[in-house]
Unconditional design. Sequence first.
Length: 134
Amino acid sequence: INITLFKKEIENIEAGATTLGYVVLLVSLISQYLNIQLPYGMNFMCSSSTIQQQVFGFLNFEVTFEGYPDASVYPLSYASGNVRDFEMALYQLSANVYYLCSTQGLVFEDKEEARPFFLYNLLNLLHHCDQLGK
């Protein structure tokens, strides 16, 4: 995920954090509707939304970065100025979207190439909403 491009595209940090918060809400609602447990736990709190690695982990999604415990909570906002935490939060959110898409048969050729485009992937999932859960 290119954090520099993301920061340039979002001039207002608060608006960007709120947008990511609503992405969290949408992904959470879809996963609840489909009864799918996501690799990373998400807490919707508008511009203060957070994401964290679940204790149980997922085989292909478990990522360990040196210095981070398994259950660390990461803010989906750049307001704190901590680039590493924000990158981790974006990575985990994109992994959740990727996982949700893959459970619905929206398969991507290259997992690592697909993850940075999580908003596109979410839009693609919504485009196929009439087939969700089938």
